[in-house]
Design a protein around this ligand. Sequence first.
Ligand code: C2E
Ligand code: CA
Ligand code: CA
Ligand code: CA
Length: 278
Amino acid sequence: AKDRGKSTVAAYDSRLHAEALDRLELRADLQRAIFGNELVLHYQPTVELETGKIVGFEALVRWQHPVRGLLSPAAFVPMAEETGLVVQLNTWVLFQACRFAAALQGDWRRPSMAVNISAQQLVRSDFVEQVDRALTESGLPADRLTLEITESVVLHDLEDVIPRLSHLRSRGVRVAVDDFGTGYSSLAYLTELPIDVLKVDKSFIDRVASDAQGASVTEAIIAMSHTMNLSTVAEGVEVAEQAAWLRQVRCPIGQGYYWSRPVDEDGVHDLLARPTNE
Ligand code: C2E
Ligand code: CA
Ligand code: CA
Ligand code: CA
């Protein structure tokens, strides 16, 4: 029995060791990926509920890994956060997304572009300068860029963050609170934050068609958003019942698989060429 115990421990150790090695390898790989050509952006449309027209896109990063294939952000963004690489990663995303949005040409209303911003990026003293440079280099008008920030990030360092966001907003950049309702949700702070949009988390939208209580909370969030003159985006809309319910409670904008999964650049052009967007 003693021997068996020993070999179990040994097996366990070697598995941990393999995982650690795996993570180390992935970390070195990511550093290379950011400067190489392995990161790609997919884009998911946000849709005006009233008309079905596309009003914007959210840039969502993927890693085209040479051996592991296409990796979702869940597989590497947490590691990028831990190692600080997320600053370089998100800077790449910001510039790339602005360039792509600025180059979109067509008869449709020009869509806005939303990018995810992390805490580590926001607290850097050169953050405003970075955003300015991305806009200048790409030629994207400031009012077509939205920065998505989670509640915990904004509340993290209010004194530094509020003036920065205010400054960017004074140029026309829009600020969205991402995953609203999942964080510390201090409603008191909400009135003091320089924001334009609430993105209501998917966990709320999941319940609207099936659960009366869940629906009433979501309806209250949307009503509050109206009162505060904020726009509202419902995240993770998957079925027609949810879209219909959201229209009924006057939520202006939706995002989710019901309209489209995140798509590559060609997919964006295809979506915009559809007759509903004319
Ligand atoms: P998020 O910002 O909340 O992004 C929305 C996520 O929900 C995306 O997953 C999107 O594909 C997914 N989604 C959209 N509609 C639906 C739906 O109807 N049903 C379901 N089940 N899912 C839906 P994705 O692309 O895997 O991204 C996951 C998270 O990774 C993002 O959550 C965001 O927090 C993070 N992320 C993505 N791109 C970046 C980035 O460039 N930088 C940073 N720092 N984080 C990123
Ligand atoms: Ca987001
Ligand atoms: Ca979100
Ligand atoms: Ca979410």
